[in-house]
Design a protein around this ligand. Structure first.
Ligand code: 8YV
Length: 324
């Protein structure tokens, strides 16, 4: 008998057809009413879940008695209670690697657009304000040769560091749980404590996963350690930064600017950040290119299919549940 799969987000027609070759597929349909109600109603029958952007833990999955695998279409897995899934023997898979370069591109776009005020001056031009040559109050700051601080030197952090070092001649500093000697050799990257990195870097790029340890890693004290001329970029997760403290720091000129792709609450349709010309605000698009989102969907599909057919999936977050 075919197993049943429930998609909890972002599954296009092609993916639905591929899944249907091996499984019964349930896709909540907003035209048929509340999708949360449809999701909850289907849960007791379901062997596999696929999607992203939904909190799944003890409370949400209590009735999912047959659940064997959750396949997330994301690299980050802070939405899932890994301990609970593991306790229940439910496999959790994610989509690392395939989004590394596009997410690093976005990180660098935020560095560039914050430094050179791209979004702000685009709006200025389109508003018809360009009547004479731009003067110092609208000047940006250089990127080339400035010091780049990477907080959390994983794959994406390393890809940003390469862009900075090889493309922009930037000295690289990094902080995190472990020393990366290969990168120190390759890029001349230097390890620092977080406080020291904040004090020295011209651009501070946050690329750490969200966990209890990194929640509000950057607050008023940390922003106060940064140079007044420095720019903070967050492409990791919103709650790593205490947003009210950042808003205050941007408002007071404690730091020069911020490039943000993520927020404490998402989606974000209203925020004091939107009134600040020194904040570039993007709608969580780190991996949002056609090619990368396709690659993530393909990988999540493979992970789900393997797990449900009894083959070890490629990207197990909790390998201890796999008894195969
Ligand atoms: C996801 C991301 O697409 O992979 C991640 O962890 O942040 C993005 O690439 C996003 O989380 C989907 O909601």
């Amino acid at each position: 008998m075919k197993k049943t799969v429930l998609a909890f987000s972002r599954v296009n027609q092609e993916m639905a057809e591929r899944l249907a070759q091996d499984f019964n597929v349930i896709i909540p349909d907003p035209k048929k009413g509340d999708i949360n109600a449809q999701f909850n109603e289907a849960l007791p029958e379901v062997h596999g879940l696929i999607g992203s952007g939904r909190k799944l833990g003890r409370e949400q999955l209590a009735t999912a008695e047959r659940l064997e695998v959750v396949s997330s279409i994301s690299v980050g897995y802070d939405n899932y209670d890994v301990e609970y899934l593991t306790e229940r023997g439910i496999a959790l898979t994610n989509t690392p690697d395939v989004l590394t370069e596009s997410t690093a591109d976005l990180g660098f776009s935020l560095i560039m657009s914050s430094a050179r005020r791209v979004a702000e001056l685009d709006a200025y031009t389109k508003a018809g304000n360009w009547k004479r040559s731009i003067e110092p109050p609208h000047f940006g700051t250089d990127v080339y040769g400035k010091t780049l601080g990477i907080v959390g030197m994983g794959n994406i952090g390393a890809a940003i560091a390469r862009r900075g070092r090889l493309g922009f001649n930037m000295p690289i500093l990094y902080s995190g749980n472990s020393r990366k000697s290969a990168l120190e050799q390759e890029l001349g990257a230097q390890f620092r404590s977080l406080d020291q990195l904040l004090a020295e870097a011209d651009f501070v790029c946050l690329v750490v996963p969200l966990s209890d340890k990194t929640h509000h890693l950057i607050g008023k004290r940390e922003l106060g350690l940064m140079k007044k001329s420095a720019i903070l970029v967050n492409i990791a997760r919103g709650p790593i930064v205490e947003e009210p403290a950042l808003i205050e720091a941007l408002h007071n000129g404690t730091i020069r600017g911020a490039g943000l792709d993520v927020y404490e609450k998402e989606p974000l349709s209203e925020s004091p950040l939107f009134k600040l010309s020194n904040a570039v605000t993007l709608p969580h698009i780190g991996s949002a290119t056609t090619e990368t989102r396709q690659a993530m969907a393909d990988l999540a599909y493979q992970n789900l299919r393997s797990a449900l057919l009894g083959e070890r999936p490629q990207n197990l977050v909790n390998p201890q549940v796999w008894k195969g």
